[in-house]
Write a protein of this length. Sequence first.
Length: 122
Amino acid sequence: MNRTAEFVLGLIGGITGVIASITTVIFGFFMVGIAAIVPEDTFQGLFSVGMMAVGVLVFFISVFAIVAACLIKANPKLWGIMLIIIGGVGFILIQLLWIVPGVLLLISGIMCVSRKSPYEDF
């Protein structure tokens, strides 16, 4: 079955997820710089290091979303479920930066799970 729409949505969602994760890491570096200027605030330093760690984690999740989008034709149900999980986890990790990639990945995953393949026996 032709699954071009799911592939394209998943690929664009993964690429925009990579962009969102790089933005998160850059913002974390910016927060480290601010924490270095104001040494009294240790919470801000810990928050910025955590933000950079989450950005790196989301980067790997986004790369996995790109891989899942490329493997949709092999097993659409499995990779569709993976795309739905990736979309949800991204919303938990970097909230507002994940709106565009998350929605695209969720739509792609739902389309993979809900579309039925035609019977090949007839």
